[in-house]
Design a protein around this ligand. Structure first.
Ligand SMILES: *Cc1c(COP(=O)(O)O)cnc(C)c1O
Length: 476
């Protein structure tokens, strides 16, 4: 690659010209072909090798020094990557990778991720990125339409759910501080135990306090009301936002969004819905009703890199009133003024989230949506939900295991009767070591206990009933 870059910089000639007219630098041609060959192999293999980590020392012993003054050459570096380093990673799109929230980017989106890189588009401002940003906006229009938010709602793509949540929280806090009484006050937010860890950690970033509704199950209107009623007058003054979850990461539980919306409207609080994982299910007719009330949110996080089949990294933040986000995020600077000029007029994604220079990371999603159509997305999300239902049935039929709760969205929580936390851990490591599957334990909170249990999260439509059966059988 460095050879290609140097050619580009110093000779300003397109690669093909260099190759075919000047007949030089066969190394870069071969490397380009090698890379394309690798990519094609990788995206056409439905069951890639399930690698596992090695320690840093082991990896260093295997690959040696790779960054040297002279360079080790593209062929050698790529060989080390293929022979050693990639094997120390777990392909998140493996059909028996059911841990955390897996992913399953479409081939179209992966290929277009390469195109996005090769095109060198600066995605911050319309002036430079117009054609790419236009595509992102087309994909965003579809996402917004899934939410049912009113006319005027719009969003931008972010690096992920964490950045999307942070962008929303900054917007909410800045909006709250427009009231002079709140300037200099420390904000307070309410969410539930089931909320994703990023809510608490991003609250640290904006130096806000977080109070938790004590349930990992569905946060109801009554739960929230009770929590607000329990606040001291001082706390109530500092309360500016409520975060509900549209599909908890652990269990796929959707809070009572409509009930929470009602309270937020009555109490004049910002209503954020974190649907980073569950947002894809807005496309699925079979469960769409569970999200009733999401159309009343002030902001919504959805991660296309989770359940909308985009490659990493691609999150999204959508606002009911994007102007408020612009007031909070738009950066000023003498060298940036030209971008705000009416002559460069257009949508500037940087004005609506925390990042300035940005990859047009919605572009792979756009291409894949354009190629396949939204119906394919609907049916692929439905497939994850069906797999969770099917897994639930298989668990009920198997005497060794039992459901902890009915499957929700594409998450299934279940226990292996008689197992201790160590049994779950050993089982996970054994399956991983053998390159068979990656299924990790989790905890489920009951009234007075955290129980260690097993969990499936289905994203990949290529996962089969046989995969699920084989994993359940590995618990015998
Ligand atoms: C995964 C997840 C996040 C964090 O998203 P990243 O893309 O990992 O930053 C936030 N909220 C929920 C509900 C999630 O599932």
């Amino acid at each position: 690659m460095e050879v290609i870059l140097m050619e580009k910089q110093f000779k300003r000639l397109p690669l093909l010209k260099i190759v075919f007219m000047y007949d030089i630098d066969m190394e870069s041609v071969e490397m380009t072909l090698d890379v394309m060959k690798y990519v094609l192999n990788r995206i056409t293999s439905v069951s890639p090798e399930l690698g596992h980590p090695k320690s840093e020392e082991e990896l260093r012993a295997l690959v040696g020094e790779t960054i040297t003054e002279e360079g080790i050459g593209g062929e050698r570096a790529f060989q080390l990557f293929k022979d050693v380093l990639i094997k120390a990673t777990v392909p998140i799109d493996h059909p028996r990778h059911l841990a955390f929230v897996p992913a399953s980017p479409t081939r179209a989106s992966i290929m277009f991720d390469l195109v996005t890189s090769a095109s060198s588009i600066h995605g911050a401002y319309w002036m430079e990125g117009a054609g790419g940003i236009f595509c992102e906006m087309e994909a965003m229009k579809w996402l917004v339409s899934l939410t049912g938010l009113p006319q005027g709602a719009f969003g931008v793509f972010t690096s992920g759910g964490t950045a999307a949540n942070l962008s929303a929280m900054v917007t909410a806090r800045e909006n709250w501080r427009k009231n002079p009484e709140n300037i200099g006050q420390k904000g307070l937010m309410i969410t539930s135990v089931g909320a994703h860890s990023s809510i608490k950690s991003m609250a640290k970033v904006i130096d806000a306090d977080v109070l938790l509704v004590e349930t990992e199950d569905r946060m109801s209107q009554e739960d929230l009301k009770e929590k607000i009623d329990s606040l001291s007058p001082e706390q109530r003054k500092r309360l500016f936002a409520v975060v509900a979850t549209g599909g908890t990461t652990n269990a796929g539980i959707i809070d009572d969004l409509d009930g929470v919306a009602g309270i937020c409207e009555a109490e004049n609080l910002w209503f954020h819905v974190d649907a980073a994982y569950g947002g894809g299910a807005l496309a699925a007719d079979s469960v769409r009703h569970l999200f009733h009330g999401i159309e009343r949110a002030d902001s919504i996080t959805i991660d296309p890199h989770k359940w909308l089949f985009s490659p990493y990294d691609c999150g999204a933040i959508i606002y009911k009133n994007p102007e408020l986000a612009k007031e909070a995020h738009s950066q000023e600077g003498s060298y940036l003024e030209i971008f705000k000029d009416p002559g460069a007029h257009g949508f500037n994604p940087s004005d609506y989230q925390i990042q300035l220079t940005r990859r047009v990371r919605g572009l792979p999603l756009w291409f894949s949506l354009a190629m396949h159509g939204t119906d394919k997305y609907k049916s692929s999300v439905e497939q994850g939900i069906s797999l969770a239902q099917l897994a639930g049935e298989l668990i009920k039929e198997n005497p060794n295991v039992e459901l902890v709760r009915e499957p929700s969205l594409s998450c299934v929580l279940f226990r292996r009767k008689g197992w201790t936390p160590d049994d779950y851990r050993n089982w996970t490591y054994k399956n991983h070591r053998e390159g068979f599957a990656l299924v990790t334990p989790t905890k489920w909170r009951t009234a007075d206990d955290f129980e260690t249990i097993a969990r499936f999260c289905f994203i990949n439509p290529d996962t089969t009933k046989e995969d699920v059966l084989a994993i359940l059988n590995s618990m015998d």
